[in-house]
Design a protein around this ligand. Structure first.
Ligand SMILES: [Zn+2]
Length: 69
């Protein structure tokens, strides 16, 4: 099994906004070029964060602005 290390760049990594763990770029994100917009390591974290935000909004907290270019 050949190792394709030559020319292969290491996967980009970032920290999950929900659980704080580092995670790496995935093929599906890289192919779509959406890794820059990905903030959660998994759907579970994304759902959890979304639920938390919704709960905070319902509780009357000021919604945090989410500026996007
Ligand atoms: Zn996470």
């Amino acid at each position: 099994m050949p190792r394709r290390t030559a020319g292969a760049r290491p996967a980009a990594t970032k920290t999950c906004t929900a659980c704080g763990r580092p995670f790496a770029d995935r093929g599906k994100w890289r192919r779509r070029g959406v890794f820059a917009d990905v903030r959660y390591c998994s759907d579970a974290c994304r759902r959890a964060a979304t639920r938390l935000r919704a709960a905070a909004r319902r509780a009357g907290a000021a919604p945090s602005p989410d500026p996007r270019p």
